[in-house]
Structure formats: C-alpha cells, structure tokens
Design a protein around this ligand. Structure first.
Ligand code: FES
Length: 179
C-alpha cells in the first residue's frame, strides 16, 4: 500500500514474549516511563506507525512491540480466552465495552477475534501489567493490584479504564499496521 511508511521492527522494538507459563514475565514489573528511559531510541520513538509480523505469534502467546515509545501487546488469543471475554455481561464492567468492539475486521472482512491489540500501560498510574496473570488470566498490574481480563478490560482494582486499543489495521493475514 503506497501510503504506508512503516518500518520493519528492529530488535529494539521487540521487548519480550509472554506465554501462559510464568517463566517469561519476570522482568515485566516496572513503570513504563522507567523502561522508556532505559531505551531512549529517538528513531523508534518518532515512528508514527509500525508494521509488525504476527505470523510467528502462536495461539496462547503474546509479543510486545514498541510504538511511539509505548509497549503494545499483540496477543494471539485461544478459543477459551475469546469465549471468556465474550461471556461477560458488560453492564457489570467498570468500563463497559463488548469484546467485539475491541477487535477489528481482517482482510476478509471478518472479525479477527483471535487478535487482541492493546497498549500495555495500566490506566491507573502507568505501570506495565503482567500478561497471563490475575484472576481472569488477562493482565495483572502489580503496582496497585488492577486486574484486566482477556479483552484487556478492567475488572478489579483502582484502574478506571480498560487497556487502550491503539489505532491499527490488517495489511494482510500476517501483518498489522499500528498507528
Ligand atoms: S498503576 Fe496499575 S494498579 Fe496502579
């Protein structure tokens, strides 16, 4: 597409891969601005948009990319995770939003529910939540105990809002453009 000026992610864009196991999340307890200072890559911070390859993110895993200096979680959700997100009565949520309103349509025009894309910054005071943790196996923010579900929606704790869904679009079956 001619109007896309995206840059392939470099090694610096790739922060970590989270899985359902506990082994891969040990370094994630941090406030994002602190991490950001440790990675002062102005060229990356300046990118208005990035293209990311999602073809090598297996079901049940998540990859974090850096976009405009922020972590973006790209999560390949399982059927169980989607079903859990879909089964919620949204009127009971602190920030009511249907799961179907937090995912987008793909190249074929169907809703790509298996892909959750959210900015990985807690909406309370800006910590980076831990993936596949917490009561709903979504995200858990260790700073003050906010719990998010598999749609990134706030379920418990002091955070007032759901994890933000950044602007993004499918370029193909295997690539998305964030921003
Ligand atoms: S910053 Fe996440 S709960 Fe306070």
């Amino acid at each position: 597409m001619a109007d896309i000026h995206a840059v392939e992610p470099t090694r610096r864009d790739f922060l970590y891969v989270a899985t359902g196991s506990l082994a891969a999340v040990g370094a994630a307890f941090a406030v994002w601005p602190l991490i950001d200072q440790m990675n002062p890559d102005a060229s990356v911070l300046a990118l208005a948009s990035i293209e990311v390859d999602i073809s090598n993110i297996p079901v049940g895993q998540e990859t974090t990319f850096k976009w405009r200096g922020k972590p973006v979680f790209v999560r390949h959700r399982s059927e169980e995770e989607i079903a859990a997100a879909d089964s919620v009565d949204i009127s009971t949520l602190p920030d009511p939003q249907a799961d179907s309103d937090r995912v987008i349509t793909g190249p074929e025009g169907t809703l790509e529910k298996q892909w959750l894309v959210v900015i990985g910054i807690c909406t309370h005071l800006g910590c980076v939540p831990l993936s596949y943790r917490g009561e709903y196996d979504g995200y858990f923010c260790p700073c003050h105990g906010s719990v998010y579900d598999t749609s990134g929606r706030i379920r418990k704790g002091p955070a007032p809002l759901n994890l933000e869904v950044p602007p993004y679009a499918f370029i193909s079956d295997t690539k998305i453009k964030i921003g």
